[in-house]
Design a protein around this ligand. Structure first.
Ligand SMILES: CNc1ncnc2c1ncn2[C@@H]1O[C@H](COP(=O)(O)O)[C@@H](O)[C@H]1O
Ligand SMILES: [Zn+2]
Length: 352
């Protein structure tokens, strides 16, 4: 297990805070016990499951090799019922952790061998959202969820267009945006830009993973010129791109994931206190603390908040503000009745 640097009193405080999760991938957040039992059913040994489902400290693999951890989830999570179940469980776990609103993201994929289409995949995720909402109707807490559909960098222009169409068709059920993610060493920006422009012109929000590897300055510059609604990671930022980011108006909120970046980008984030969250926060650039993949990195949102308290010396009041700042960066329509409710509760301590 990863030993995470926080105190137990900070953790009980951050768990009790009503929080917002803006950057978390479905198949990277599957409950470990469920993934283990699905993997065992596929004949994998428990050791193999751990080795192939997590990125742990000291992992010296290349970024591309690290991305193979997602294969296990993709191999085991097959069919509408399983997708629906794991989605519901993730929301239960987040709710348990004090997350009251989440923008979950996932790459729509067909599971052909079991007759699941991409359309069916998206529907199964949305059904999982509904199951959680209905299941928690009688309890005091639930995690309200919206969906962002991801374009995988492995895929080209055609799949990107299809993903935007899927998002548009499911908008009334809670799909609010499009993401670009996947192995950061693959693909090129020009493949996806037309689809992302169309998404935006149709009123979908756009968030993009940027600067997860060195030597991507040209692409990061193109992404900044596109001016997405949010950016994920931005670990590697050349001085000229840093200037461009600061000068872009309105400012682009950043989704920042401490443990993910420490484990995937150790050259630039060798320890938590060196994470660029501190710099952007000090510059009053809008930031949202997120997890990326709770299962892969073994860290929940309340743990990430507790780590931030320890690493950057945040007081409880500052930490509450961080939760409220995340809400301000959300894609939720300000006219949605949920908005007013979230504005009331996010950043408050809840009785759990
Ligand atoms: C570590 N930082 C990251 N950077 C880029 N992409 C990431 C990621 N973490 C996860 N993903 C993307 O999300 C997929 C798993 O969830 P879904 O199958 O879509 O639900 C991964 O295959 C990858 O494409
Ligand atoms: Zn991500």
């Amino acid at each position: 297990m990863v030993s995470l640097p926080y105190t137990s009193s900070d953790l009980s405080f951050t768990r009790s805070l009503a929080k917002v999760e803006l950057h978390a991938h479905l198949n990277g957040s599957v409950r470990r016990s469920t993934l283990a039992s699905l993997a065992l059913a596929q004949g994998l040994s428990p050791d193999a499951i751990i080795a192939s489902s997590q990125i742990l400290p000291g992992d010296t693999r290349s970024t591309s090799a690290q991305f193979s951890v997602f294969h296990l989830a993709h191999k085991c999570i097959r069919g509408a019922e399983v997708v629906r179940r794991v989605t519901r469980e993730i929301l239960e776990d987040w709710s348990e952790d004090g997350v009251v609103y989440a923008e979950m993201r996932t790459t729509p994929r067909a599971h052909e061998e079991v007759g699941l289409s991409v359309e069916g995949y998206v529907q199964a995720v949305l059904d999982g959202f509904r199951d959680h909402q209905e299941g928690s109707a009688s309890s005091s807490s639930s995690c309200h969820a919206r969906l962002i559909l991801s374009i995988d960098r492995r895929d080209g222009a055609e799949v990107a267009e299809r993903t935007v169409n899927l998002a548009l068709r499911h908008r009334s059920q809670g799909v609010i945006g499009i993401d670009l993610s996947g192995d950061p060493t693959l693909g090129q920006w020009s493949n996806w830009e037309p689809a992302l422009r169309r998404a935006r012109s149709e009123g979908l929000k756009v968030t993009i993973h940027a600067g997860e590897v060195p030597d991507a300055d040209e692409e990061t510059s193109q992404i900044l010129s596109f001016h997405p609604d949010r950016l994920g990671h931005v670990c590697y930022l050349s001085p000229s791109n840093a200037k461009k980011l600061e000068e872009t108006q309105p400012k682009i909120p950043l989704e920042l994931c401490l443990t993910s970046n420490l484990l995937v980008c150790p050259q630039i984030v060798p320890e938590y206190s060196a994470h660029h969250f501190a710099k952007h926060y000090a510059q009053e650039h809008p930031v949202a603390l997120c997890t990326d993949d709770t299962a892969v990195f073994g860290s929940s949102l309340s743990q990430e908040y507790a780590i931030a308290m320890q690493a950057f010396g945040f007081s409880r009041e500052e930490t509450k503000r961080i939760a409220r700042d995340a809400l301000q960066a959300s894609f939720l329509d300000r006219n949605d009745p949920l908005w007013a409710e979230l504005e009331r509760v996010v950043g408050q301590e809840m009785t759990m």
